[in-house]
Ligand binder design. Sequence first.
Ligand code: CA
Length: 404
Amino acid sequence: MPPFDVPEGDPFGPHNLPYGVFTIPGTERRGVGVRLGDHVLDAGAAAHALGSPYASLLAQPDLGPLLAAGRTAWSDVRRALTAWVTVPSHRETVEPLFHPLSSVTLHLPFEVADYVDFYASEHHARNAGRIFRPDAADSLTPNWKHLPIGYHGRSGTVVVSGTDVVRPSGQRKAPADPAPVFGPSVRLDIEAEVGFVVGVGSEPGRPVPLGGFRDHVFGLCLLNDWSARDIQAWEYVPLGPFLGKSFATSLSAWITPLDALEEARVAPPERTHELLPYLDDTEEEPGGYDLRLSVAVNGHVVSEPPFSTMYWTAAQQLAHMTVNGARLRTGDLYGSGTVSGPAERERGSLLELTWNGRDPLELPTGKRTFLQDGDVVTLSAWAPGPDGMRVGLGEVTGRVVPAT
Ligand code: CA
């Protein structure tokens, strides 16, 4: 079907228009692509063909220049793209610049600057607390309701969806073991998360307030924070995650601009503690997003985590990340933390779904506690859009391959 005739209600219709980077067929060059239905528009070529002033932002090998251009430009480019793919008079010019999605290679859409990962789901934090600290009086740590807990991850190992993930090796030591051993992780897990992409940087010493979120953050994507639970459990005290997570983080190939998610904005869960002023969002516009995630192992859906249940919002995370004066750079990426809802089938990690291996999942491909070599994990999601339509957030997928 020609791309202009994308069916009404397609989750990748003209109301969505996410951005990615692909190898332009017939060339060795990378270019910015915009997804429409099951096609990719060569956005740089379209800009040139139509004499658009935005060619300098779109005729690029990655999203960096567009990310850095700022909110007004983001809205203007989006408005232009919407016209290019919907106004009949553009059809003859634009239609030849589409490529079938199945025929193109997609790449990491931007150079990841700093990578931070948060811990914003109360359900996930309580589950992890019960599993890792069963003797603690409270499953939440005393700071949890006062600040969005996070850590700095490794940007150089962020990979695009479809990249194989090599099982990591490292030290592990169960409490009863006399000494640590070294070898491939035997508790390889996933974390279903949403990633937020920073477009516009900030000045050192100038914290970004809650209201600055949409001036700095361009859009969101899906993120799988692969986690080796055995390595993590032995190494994380007292400085937090390190080698148990830094081997790979997978990102979806499509970045959905925040402008496509207006209808998905919701209020976050009710706050149970008074917040310090820089995090207090009671007077702010709704900071939550109603995103419906799905986790599949070898094609079998095992969980459907609801992002709307996240206690801390992306705006609060950005405010907290910069409140000490740390600056932002174009391409900074921050993960929401594992998305887990209140129900058992809404948990975003195998750690929680199997209760640390106690309750194996029954899959058509066999029982699973943690991941086996060859397993393919796919996270996908959608959000409510205009007129009852869905905004597709694509997927992030990865296959586990044996340790080297
Ligand atoms: Ca995580």
